[in-house]
Design a binder for this molecule. Structure first.
Ligand SMILES: [Fe+2]
Length: 387
């Protein structure tokens, strides 16, 4: 039930909230005679849906000592049983709508499974014992490869989801954008590369930073990525496998948009736009990449292969694109219209997924989004440059 900062939710809350999602959007409207498990739970476990009603405030989720974990597990079992009986029932009224809501509910749950890992990681970080969530051996492959620039053809290109298969509403409509030819880095930025930025005084020189980013560096006293610790010139980082020495060739992780942008400026290049990233992703294989199923829980060194590497899995990649609606976008009617659309302000788009993301959750058109100072997600950097 621990909540280490307002953005972090207790694991217990995630389990209750994903159950609440199925109960609220499927069982209550579509299962005949369904009675909710506990009428108080909607107040406790509604995340942000104004159309559903009032709710408990986010930063106090860690104070919910009741209901207990056992009661939440009972709630989950209750919802699961009713979902199962609805799925096999012969009542075919609304079956297409129910199937579509079930698909959203499963993708929603995958998002919260990822958040459980990032939240547990932060909860263990604020514990001075720095516990390991899962013991993991130090990887054998620690030698990386040089980054190369890969040219991408520009022109009038199509961006966004084509409507075949599942996608969140924010991935469409598919539309045309003009993209000038550009180059994209063949792999992610590494810890070793970011150490050079630190040693060059990157965190002390305002010329590399956006104004808001520089103000954040001052206010938060940032001197390194989140989870980095220096002692006697040796760097360690906190991982889901506990505290361990930082490997220079591993992908950099847990930086904000501000740090990604400052690093790119220091390196004399820039971040890709989300459209550039999506066009470039056609050169990459979504099946190659470490997602949560790898069991690594930490990004790994790039393979020695030609072409574009690490586009999917490993770490989310910050883009320079503000999270805005695509031309022609309009949120769905009703409460589920609040899922993505109302957050299209003051956030930046990340692409590609991470070692905490389910493999079946990600797509080339997938748009993740977080405020620019966010660091507790598995977020890293890929560079781009003009030709
Ligand atoms: Fe949610």
């Amino acid at each position: 039930m621990v909540q280490s900062m307002p953005e972090v939710s207790p694991t217990k809350w995630h389990l209750a909230h994903t159950s609440w999602f199925f109960e609220t959007f499927i069982l209550k409207p579509y299962k005949k005679g369904y009675r909710e498990f506990d009428p108080d739970f909607s107040y406790l476990f509604n995340s942000y849906y104004n159309a559903i009603g009032d709710r408990h405030c986010r930063q106090n989720r860690g104070l919910l000592s009741r209901p207990t974990v056992r009661e939440i597990r009972d709630y989950r079992r209750h919802v699961d049983e009713h979902m199962r009986s609805l799925a096999v029932s012969s009542d075919i009224a609304h079956s297409e709508r129910i199937a579509s809501l079930l698909e959203i509910g499963i993708h929603h749950e995958q998002q919260h499974q990822e958040l459980m890992l990032t939240d547990i990681k932060h909860v263990f970080w604020v514990n001075p014992l720095r516990p390991a969530y899962l013991e993991r051996a130090i990887p054998e492959k620690t030698e990386g490869v040089a980054s190369e620039w890969i040219a991408v053809i520009g022109g009038l290109r199509e961006i966004g989801h084509d409507g075949v298969g599942f996608a969140f509403d924010n991935e469409g409509p598919r539309h045309q954008e003009y993209i000038a030819p550009f180059e994209i880095a063949s792999r992610l930025v590494t810890n070793g590369e970011f150490k050079r930025f630190i040693l060059a005084g990157g965190y002390q020189k305002p010329e590399y930073w956006l104004s808001l980013g520089w103000a954040t560096v001052q206010a938060e006293q940032w001197r390194a990525p989140l989870y980095w610790l220096e002692s006697n010139g040796e760097w360690h980082n906190h991982t889901l496998g506990g505290l361990r020495p930082i490997l220079d060739d591993e992908p950099l992780c847990h930086v904000s948009f501000f740090e990604a942008d400052a690093f790119a400026r220091w390196a004399g290049v820039r971040l890709p736009t989300e459209s550039e990233w999506e066009i470039a992703s056609a050169l990459a294989d979504l099946r190659i990449g470490a997602f949560v199923e790898s069991g690594a829980f930490h990004p790994g060194v790039a393979a020695d292969r030609p072409g574009l590497q690490q586009m999917f899995g490993e770490v989310w990649q910050w883009t320079s694109s503000a999270y805005s609606p695509y031309p022609g976008y309009s949120p769905a009617k009703g409460a589920l219209g609040e899922y993505n659309g109302k957050f299209m302000c003051n956030q930046y788009v990340l692409r590609g997924g991470s070692v905490a993301t389910s493999r079946t959750h990600i797509r080339k058109t997938y748009r993740n989004f977080f405020p620019p100072a966010t660091r507790w997600q598995f977020s890293g950097i890929r560079l781009a440059r003009n030709i």
